[in-house]
Write a protein that binds this ligand. Sequence first.
Ligand code: NAP
Length: 266
Amino acid sequence: MNSFKAKYGPWALITGASRGIGAEFARQCAERGLNVICIATNESLLKQQKEYIEKTYGIEAITVTLDLAREDILKVLRPITRNLEVGLLICNAGISSVRPFLDQDEDELLRQFYVNARAALLLARHYGQLMAQRTRGGIIMLSSASAMNGTAYAANYAGTKAYNLILGESLWYELKDHGVDVLGFMPGCTKTPGFEMHNPKPGTFVPVMGVERTVAEALKSLGKHPSRIAGSMNRLAYGVMGRLFSRRRAINTVSRSMKKIFNPFL
Ligand SMILES: NC(=O)c1ccc[n+]([C@@H]2O[C@H](COP(=O)([O-])OP(=O)(O)OC[C@H]3O[C@@H](n4cnc5c(N)ncnc54)[C@H](OP(=O)(O)O)[C@@H]3O)[C@@H](O)[C@H]2O)c1
């Protein structure tokens, strides 16, 4: 715990920290003694999160109500974080969607692209530069198992997650000489409001993990791996697919299971 704080403290900046995986990242960072900056759009959820974390862990929590699809996110965040040493950046905010590509309108797709990919890019560069100057820090890019191959009915989402993964892995190599650990992290199905919103069909055989284990695995993997899939079952399934399946077969398999799991939408 203390070495985590020494390596990645004193402040963690977490996007999408109002609920789901991001809220759990904020909690587990606080548990490790880090102060947290929580970013999302839902002000009242952020407020609840701040009160809970400060009371439970005795650390400082700052909330920033910010739409990460905005053009000027760094203009908003720079002054707020100017005097805070952000040693850990967790690019977690994400918009997921399960719908045929052609049914989604342009604004919706672009908004997803801005939040999932563009915001992560800008934040990684800004805070990565500051960490490199201090030769210390960590960055976690939330990707998804859907980044491993083409995933029908989540085409744009999977594309943004592939971007997160490759950006994270590339920076893992590039920033290690600057003392900064980077991880591309791929949750599988994880029980969160964002996942449940798509009404996954009960009984479909896909391991669904809880946020506590998913986040603990991510924090444990930082500094050890360039990228990591959450959960041993997921690692086994994607490992086998990656080694034994052609791309065509992997895409067919994953896309068919999307139809099975999220049937009412497709
Ligand atoms: N759950 C899964 O099964 C799963 C699987 C693979 C990957 N992931 C990845 O893990 C991350 C978290 O997923 P989750 O399931 O926890 O999602 P979630 O329950 O939908 O939560 C998403 C978070 O992102 C924030 N957010 C969304 N749009 C935003 C915007 N425009 N500006 C600022 N914040 C915004 C939301 O806060 P507000 O609504 O308050 O803005 C919320 O805190 C995502 O990157 C997702 O792609 C999840």
